[in-house]
Each structure stands twice: as structure tokens, then as C-alpha cells.
Design a protein around this ligand. Sequence first.
Ligand SMILES: Nc1nc2c(ncn2[C@@H]2O[C@H](COP(=O)(O)OP(=O)(O)OP(=O)(O)O)[C@@H](O)[C@H]2O)c(=O)[nH]1
Ligand SMILES: [Mg+2]
Length: 350
Amino acid sequence: MVFNFLRRKDKTTHALAKTRKGWGGGLAALFQGATLSDDRLWEDLEDALISADVGVDTSLAVVNTVRQRVREEGIDDPDDVIELFKEELAFLLDPEDKSFWDWYDQENLAAKPFVLMIVGVNGAGKTTSIAKMAAHYQRMGKSVLIGAGDTFRAAAIDQLKVWGDRLQADIVAHQPGSDPGAVAFDAYEAATARGADVLLFDTAGRLHTKAPLMDELRKVRRVFESRAPGAPQQTLLVLDATTGHNGVEQARLFQEAVGVDGVFLAKLDGTAKGGVTVAIAQQLRLPVVFIGTGEGTDDLTLFDTDDFVDALFGDNPHRALKRVPLPSRERGPDGAARSLPPQERGGEGA
Ligand SMILES: Nc1nc2c(ncn2[C@@H]2O[C@H](COP(=O)(O)OP(=O)(O)OP(=O)(O)O)[C@@H](O)[C@H]2O)c(=O)[nH]1
Ligand SMILES: [Mg+2]
């Protein structure tokens, strides 16, 4: 599980450069010359979280909780306050059941072929992310087959073939305009026949056509379900991090229509709004599984909460994150992690 650990952390740090500059660094800068009892400071902190797309309610709740803890725990060092922010954000980012993350770099995959169905709107980064995941599994010594289920555009099929050649991964493709369900069927059969460990299945992303996209995706899903119990093993939604909060709304549509297990957050390197990662975890109850850190096949990293919050604010080697449940942290009835506003905890604003 410590697969590629160091490089992973480097990549997360690199991918979050813009977010860190615009947000994490911005947060740290807010403390310079400020006093912790100054209301203005806490309002600025709220603004900084909101403008990074954390979401308004979550931003207010996080700041409230941190402010309350500062008061209750008698904290007066700004570095300690930043650690509190890290802790609260880490709590919001962790899925309730962390074993969710176990599958993606596990030596023994739960099925053969292990089917990953990749969904997302046009241009989100699906095809590129598939190439990255193919390379990821190849590095783990797995054989990978890719199904070209985006039959809507001829270019989509060609794009996958180029990646397939480059990665020396088998591609199963039909003619443009053909039935994606039939491609799914053939791709599964081919993966079984060739003994492939992983089947990555690309899908279309256009939203408004004669055959509604969600119906088509449901059909693809049913084809996999009919081939083997438990298939597809994972349905990953690729979200473009640069679209910020809109991505959260998109995700809801896919979640309702086909069911989504996790998010591949692409293009995190291209945005200053990395706070959307928190919004995804918080509002959708979806774990971020991979992050896309560039346009090459090597530009992906496994999501790790601690790496993420460290990368946001910069490492602080003198302090370790506390990962104990604190009274200020609760989960709602839906399992959503909540930073409770002080008034709901029987206190008043600090
Ligand atoms: N900087 C950066 N660019 C990325 C990343 N992932 C994808 N891209 C770029 O985003 C663009 C769209 O990526 P695609 O993989 O074609 O997206 P798609 O979802 O398959 O798009 P359609 O097939 O048109 O629906 C390409 O120019 C990619 O190189 C990333 O993590 N970082
Ligand atoms: Mg594509």
C-alpha cells in the first residue's frame, strides 16, 4: 500500500501548486500580523475557503470549528491553527470506510478481468485518464485491455487506438456510431479470452443527443452486470477540476443515473480551486480515487488525504496530524462527515 509513496507525494504537491499558491499559501499569509481574536481574520479565512470551491456551508462550518477549537484549546500559534485546518479538512476528505481505497493498488484484484467503467462529460479527461490508469496497472505488472465505448465520435476511437499503440495495450473497438453495449459485450469476452487482468471501458460524454446518454450508460452497465457478478467492479466518474463547483452538479447526475463508486479528478494541476475535492467528498459522499496531474500517461497519482492537506498548506515536519476523533467532528445520518458549527454544539461563536 505504500506503492510509489514518495513520488506520489511529490506529484500531489506539484498538482496542487496553483491551489496552494492561491489558497493554502493565501490562508497562511492571512495569519501574518493578524490576531486570532480578530473577526476579520476569520471572515477572510471563510472567503479563502469559499473561493477555492470548498462550498459555502462547508467553509463556514470548518472555520467555525477551527475557531472554536482555537478558543477551547488555548491555541495562539498560527502554525497550530493551520494544523487544525489540516485536521478538519482531512476529516472531511476521508471516506467513512477507508477500505474503499484498497482496490486500486492491490496486488490481488477482486475479479479477472477487473472492470473499470469510466464515465464523465465531454472533455472532462476520460480518455487521457484511461491511458493513465492503463499505464498504472501495467506498472503493477497487470495486463490491460481497453474498450472503446465512446462510439459517438470517430476521433474518440482513434484517440484510444493511439494510446493503445503507445502503451501496447489491446483495444476492442467497433465502427463509429455502433452500439456501445455491443462493444462492452465484446470487450468483456476479449478480456476473458486473452486473460486480461484489467478492463478499462471508455464511454461517451455528450449530454444532448437522440439516444440519451444516461440510458446508454445504463445499458453498458447492464451488459457488464450480465457477464459476471460484481461487474463492473468500479464505475469511476472523471471530473475536470477546473470546472470547480459545476463538477459537483454533474457528478450528481451520473450518480443518480448509473451509480458512481469514486472520482478521478483530472486537471488538478490546472486549477487554483482544489477545494472542489472537499466539496466532492462532502456533498456527494464520493471518494476521490485518483488525481490527474498533467497530460502524460505518468501524470496520475493515487489520492491520499494526508498528502493532499500537506500539499495544500506545505509540510510542517514538526507537527503530526492528529487522526483521533474529536468531539467537534460528527457524521450525519447519511455518513457525511460534518464539522459542526459551534451553536449546534451548545457553544457560541468564538
Ligand atoms: N493539464 C492536464 N490536462 C489534462 C489532464 N487530463 C486530461 N487533460 C487534457 O484534457 C483534454 C481532454 O481530455 P480527454 O481525455 O480527451 O477528455 P474526454 O473526457 O475523453 O473527452 P471527450 O472524449 O471529448 O468526451 C486533453 O487535452 C487532455 O490532454 C490532466 O490531469 N491535466
Ligand atoms: Mg474521450
